[in-house]
Design a protein around this ligand. Sequence first.
Ligand SMILES: Nc1ncnc2c1ncn2[C@@H]1O[C@H](COP(=O)(O)OP(=O)(O)OP(=O)(O)O)[C@@H](O)[C@H]1O
Ligand SMILES: [Mg+2]
Length: 361
Amino acid sequence: MNNEKFVEVKNLRKVYDNGYEAIKNVSFSVKKGDLVCLLGPSGCGKTTILNMLAGLLFPTSGDILFDGKSVVKTEPKDRQIGYVFQNYALYPHMTVLQNVMFPLTVGKNKKSKEEAEKVARKYMDLTQITEFANQKPGSLSGGQQQRVAIARALVQEPKILLMDEPLSNLDARLRLKIREEIRALVKKVGITTLFVTHDQEEALSIGDEIILFNDGVIQQDDLGQNFYLEPNNYFVANFVGNPVIDNFKVEIKDGKVIGSDFELNLDDFDNSRFKREISDGQYILSVRPENIQPDENGHFEAEIKDVELIGRERILKFDHEAVQTRSLVNLEVPIKAGDKVALKMRLDRVFLFTPEGERVY
Ligand SMILES: Nc1ncnc2c1ncn2[C@@H]1O[C@H](COP(=O)(O)OP(=O)(O)OP(=O)(O)O)[C@@H](O)[C@H]1O
Ligand SMILES: [Mg+2]
C-alpha cells in the first residue's frame, strides 16, 4: 500500500470539447487519511479535477492513481469514491433514512434491506441526523440536508471522499460549525478527503494541506501557514490573507528600494530571504497589513481615511500611491480617522515580486 501517495495525479490535462484547456499539466498527491483542500477562484478548474477523480470526466492526458493503480479506465462505480456535490442533490420524495440507504439498495453491491438500514443508521448517528430519519429533506435546514448528503456519500464506505464546496449554501455561523464537524468526522472515519472551496479561511481551518489553483495551474501545494508566510508568487500573496495584502510599486536602483514616498535600503532587508540576485528595475513590494504599524520612525506618513473594527483588531485605511492601503492594529492603538500617522513596514516580513509575479524576496 502506498500511504504517502494514496491519491496521485500525474501531468493531468483537460481540454474541453470547445478547445478550452481547463486543467494544464497538474500533478499532486494526497496521503492516506489526509484532508486536502483544493482552493482557488471561480473557474480555476476545481470541479473539473474532482469530476476526473470521480470518473465522470475523462482526462485529455495524464494519469490518476488510487493506491498505486491507475483508475482512468475504471468506471465511476468501481472507484470506491463518495462524492458530495455542491447542490446536495437529495431525493425530495424519499425520507432521510431512504436517502442515506439509497446507494446500498442499487447496483452490484446491493445489500439486504436490513443490512442497508443498519449501515445507514451508523452514518446517520455519526452525522447526527438520526432524529430526522423519517422526515423528507424539504423539511430540514440547509446544514441538516448537508449532513444527509455526507451520510449518503459515506454509506458505501468509500476509500476517498470528494466534497465540492459543500458549505457554500450555509450562513456564516453554520459554516463554521459544520466545517468543524466535517473535519472531526473524516478524521474519525479515517477517510482520505479532497475538499473543494473558494474560501481561503475555510481551507486554512479545515485542510491538513492546501492546493491553490489559478487558471488550471497549481500555484502552491503546501501547509496552510506557508500560503501566508511564504507565498510562492504574487497571486498567492494576494489570494490568501484577510485583510488583503498591501502592494506598492517600487523601483530598485543602486541598492535602494524607491517607492512614491519612501526609500528603503536593501541592506536593511533580511539577507537570508532573497530568492535570487536582484537586478535593478521595477518591482512590487507587498506587505501584510499587520506588518505596517504606526511608529515614530516610520518609513512614510499617511492620513488615516477610515478605521474599521474587526473583532480584537482595527484596520486603519489610508491612501498610498492613490490605492487604498491597510494597517492592522491592536484595538488599543488610539488612532482615529483624520490623524496623520507615521507608518513603518517590517522589512523582514515584506515580499518583493517582479511585475510578472515571481517572488524574489
Ligand atoms: N463542459 C465544458 N465545456 C467548456 N468549458 C468548460 C466546461 N465545463 C467547465 N468549463 C470551463 O472550465 C473552467 C473550469 O471550470 P470548473 O467548473 O472546473 O471551475 P471551478 O473551479 O469548479 O469553478 P467554481 O468555483 O465556479 O465552481 C471554467 O473556465 C469553465 O468555464
Ligand atoms: Mg466548481
